[in-house]
Design a protein around this ligand. Sequence first.
Ligand code: KG4
Length: 344
Amino acid sequence: MTTKNSEVIILGIESSCDDTAAAIIRDGFILSNVVSSQKIHEEYGGVVPELASRAHQKNIIPVVDLAIKRAGISKKDISAVAFTRGPGLLGSLLVGTSFAKGFTLASNIPLIEVNHLEGHVLAIFIKEKEKSTDHPAFPFLCLLVSGGNSQIILVHDYLRMEVIGQTIDDAAGEAFDKCAKVMGLPYPGGPHIQKMAMSGDPHRFSFAKPRIAGLDYSFSGLKTSFLYFLRDNLKEDKNFTENNLSDLCASLQYVIVEILMNKLRKAAKQTGIKGIALAGGVSANMELRNSMHNHAKRYGWNVYIPKFEYTMDNAAMIAITGYYKYLKGEFAGQDSVPFARTKL
Ligand code: KG4
C-alpha cells in the first residue's frame, strides 16, 4: 500500500440509503461532488431497500467516473478512498464498501471507513476554493437532524464526538415524512411541508410537545397526535386536509422546530458553549435555519450551517472525514464490513 505525502486527494463514496454519491476533496478543498438520487422510491412513499441496492449497483461506476472527471484529476492521483461503513441499509452499504475495497486494492492505496453521522457533523469543514468559509472552533455543539437521527452532539475534536442528547423513538425527519404521508404529500415529505407552510398560519393548530427529561427528544407522540387530529376532523369534514393544508403544514413545522430548538437551547446553557452547528437533511429547513439565526442574535451564539448540498446525503462529507482520518493514519483493512446500525 502506498501513501502519498505532498497533497492529499480523497475519493469519498456514500451509498447508505437511496443516494449514490462520490466526491473528490484535495487538502480539505472540494473538487467535485456528484449525487445520483434514486427517483424509483417516490411511487412507493418510502425507500425500498432491495430497489436501492440494485440502483446503487447500476450507478456507482458512472458516478465515481463523473466525480473524477469533474475534479480534473486522474485515478492515479487519488491518495485514499473513504466510504460510508454505516449506519444505513445493509444492501446499499455493501455496494459502496465493495467498490471502495476493489478500488483501493487495485490502486494499492489506503481504505478509510467513515461513520455516516460523523460525516454529517464534519460537513461544516468542507472548504471551497476562493471562498473563505467560517469554521467552528472546538468544542462546539452540533444539532444533527436527518431522516434517521435527531441528536445533539458535543464535538471535542474532528474525530472525537459525544452524543449528549438523542431521540428515544422517531427522528425529526421521520416526523416530517410520516405526517406528510398521512396528508397525501409525496416522499420525502419535509421539503413539501416547508413549501406548503410558506402560505400557512403556524399558530392555527397546536400540537402537544413531548415531556422528556434531559436533552433527549421524542417525535412518535407528535406523529400519533397529528394522525388522530386529522382522523377526528376528517369525520366532520372529508376535505379537512385539503382545505387546511397550508395551516396544517405551518403548525406542524412550527412545533417540530420548537421541540428541536428547546433542547438545543438547554444544551447550550448546560455546556456554556456558543458555537452551534447544524447538520443532516432536515437542516435544509428554512424555519429551522431562521430559528438558529434568531437564537444567534438573542443568545450570542455563533451559528454554522453547511451549504445546502452538504446537508443532504452526499459524499463530500465522507471525503472530508476521510481526509482527517488520513492525516491521523486511521486506515481500515480489507476485512472491513458495513454496519446497518452504528453509533458515533
Ligand atoms: O440526511 P438525509 O438526506 O438522509 C437521511 O437521513 O435519510 O435527510 C433526509 C430527511 C428526510 O426526512 C427529509 O424529509 C428531510 O431530511 N428534509 C427536510 C427538508 N429537506 C429535507 N425536512 C424539513 N424541511 C426541509 N426543507
